[in-house]
Design a protein around this ligand. Structure first.
Ligand code: DC
Length: 226
């Protein structure tokens, strides 16, 4: 039987657990998972390599040239920049701020949003980012705003970096996170904020399993209600 695909938007600040939770729930619901932050990160990496991530006119000039593609290899999202697989490279800490820098430019957002909608078209999808519920998927089946205290988010990010063999001091991670939160919530173009019809889930005191269970429950209820 033909049915309309469902879409789940998960927005929130860095380190709230969006990608881990979205990935787990997408697997359980056999849906596509799209990490939209990876696309801004690839753009940020492109500008960072040119030493121009703070240069608004250079960023606008790059919008039509930069070649960003997304592929799913064995179910995992890979991101390519001019044919180079940059899936690992975009996770370097300095790329986080460069991604936030380029994401404030409306021309960049316009191109990324169009690409995101095109990739998701016709699929059951869970997308995470900053503007999914407010801009990319305004009619999403379910909108979640996933958050946690900035101290807890910095603690989780520290743990993740240490596990990757790339440890950073807690104070630095906390300061970087606060700076990025500020930039992402104060930009003029699609700032990070909960959509009016989003359900806010605070994961500060949750284990990962608890957060996954809560989002799964909300997703199944919303899909049932359609
Ligand atoms: O989710 P992330 O940390 O990988 O995202 C990196 C940056 O990209 C984030 O600081 C803001 C930007 N971003 C955005 O503006 N809109 C999105 N949908 C996703 C990310």
């Amino acid at each position: 039987m033909n049915r309309k695909p469902f879409s789940i938007a998960i927005d929130g600040p860095a380190g709230a657990g969006k990608s881990t939770v979205a990935k787990a729930v997408a697997t359980e619901l056999s849906a596509m998972y799209l990490d939209t932050g990876a696309m801004y990160r690839a753009f940020g990496l492109y500008m960072l390599r040119r030493g121009a991530n703070k240069d608004k006119s250079a960023i606008i000039a790059a919008v039509d040239d930069v070649d960003i593609t997304v592929e799913f290899i064995d179910g995992a999202q890979h991101i390519f920049l001019g044919g180079e697989d940059v899936t690992q490279a975009i996770r370097e800490p300095e790329v986080s701020m460069a991604a936030s820098d380029v994401s404030a430019v409306p021309e960049v957002r316009e191109r990324m949003v169009a690409l995101q909608r095109k990739i998701a078209e016709g699929h059951d999808v869970i997308m995470d980012g900053r503007d999914i519920g407010t801009k990319v998927l305004p009619n999403a089946t379910l909108k979640i705003y996933l958050t946690a205290s900035v101290e807890e988010r910095a603690r989780r990010r520290c743990l993740e970096l240490a596990q990757k063999g790339n440890p950073e001091p807690y104070e630095k991670v906390l300061e970087d996170m606060k700076a990025r939160d500020y930039q992402d919530t104060h930009r003029a173009a699609s700032p990070l904020r909960p959509a009016d019809d989003a359900v806010t889930v605070d994961t500060t005191n949750n284990t990962l399993e608890e957060s996954v269970a809560e989002i799964r429950r909300l997703a199944l209820e919303a899909i049932d209600r359609r």
